[in-house]
Design a binder for this molecule. Structure first.
Ligand SMILES: [Zn+2]
Length: 290
């Protein structure tokens, strides 16, 4: 108690034995100016500390720059419509899930989606939660069932697990009934294993027809997001002729490791983040915009 009291009095204003020179505000000004100034100063200190922590984390994971922080989720969600040229017969009349590659937004943000589920790398889960980079997973049961627990740990970190069929077939070649089995079967697997029925479905290879979207709708799918860019461990690929990233673009990658491409999941994330950060984009959470 004595030690605490001594420290407290050493810092107290007007302490005669203190070696710091006191600047006394003019009478009547104390209550007006002192508290906001102190609050702002504390806030600035907190921001600096947070940035220093983020910079240290980025450096530890080998990033060229500190990832940008996305804006707060929109209060009013954008209206999602099917991209021109991506409609199926009766798309609007049947109110089928919209197929899109970009979220309408004026912010410089992109959305990361990761597909299939072959690689189950614990370092990747650590990297993404330490860097606080959101992403959305599209899972195919024939790969996920090798280790349901890995994707459970991913979900526990706040990642939404979505539908990418049971066995990753080329859906347009299948009958309505077989497509329904592939899509609705995976809805059931995710609900049973992870407690939540997905709202998002991505057709394997991005290939679909009217039956695909009718089947998806019949078992609770609301959205069918595709992608506008794809990032690999060693390169980017683009859907658009301008070969650029645009605000609101959905970026595709895959759960792949050294057995599938020349590097780890972390190498792929470095390639992804280094480009988007250098171009002034932050990574936002897809579900916040749907
Ligand atoms: Zn896939």
């Amino acid at each position: 108690m004595l030690a605490v009291a001594a420290i407290a009095s050493a810092c107290a204003p007007g302490n005669p034995s203190g070696d710091r020179t006191e600047v006394r505000p003019a009478p009547g000004q104390q209550n007006l100016q002192a508290p906001p100034a102190r609050a702002l100063d504390a806030y600035a200190t907190k921001l600096r500390a947070e940035y220093a922590a983020r910079a240290a984390t980025a450096k530890r994971w080998g990033l060229a720059k500190v990832p940008l922080v996305p804006p707060a989720p929109p209060a009013k969600k954008p209206r999602i419509t099917t991209r021109k040229g991506f409609e199926v017969d009766g798309h609007r009349e049947l109110n089928l899930p919209p197929v899109f590659t970009t979220i309408p937004t004026r912010h410089k943000i992109v959305f990361l989606t990761i597909d299939d589920g072959a690689e189950k790398d614990p370092a990747f889960l650590r990297m993404m939660s330490e860097l606080r980079i959101p992403y959305t997973a599209f899972l195919s049961d024939y790969l996920v069932k090798e280790d349901y627990g890995y994707f459970g740990r991913m979900q526990a970190k706040g990642v939404v697990l979505n539908n990418h069929t049971l066995r990753h077939p080329y859906l347009p070649a299948l009958s309505y009934a077989r497509q329904k089995h592939e899509i609705c079967g995976m809805q059931d697997v995710i609900e049973k294993r992870y407690g939540k029925r997905p709202l998002l479905f991505r057709p394997p290879f991005g290939n679909y027809n009217e039956d695909t979207l009718r089947a998806a709708k019949s078992c609770g799918v609301k959205y069918a997001p595709l992608w506008n860019e794809e990032v690999f461990v060693d390169r980017w690929e683009y859907r658009e002729w301008d070969r650029r990233v645009h605000p609101g673009d959905i970026v595709l990658s895959h759960f792949r490791g050294k057995g599938h491409w020349k590097g780890t999941m972390s190498d792929m994330i470095r390639r992804f983040l280094n480009k988007v950060t250098a171009e002034g984009y932050a990574v936002a959470r897809l579900e916040d915009y749907l």
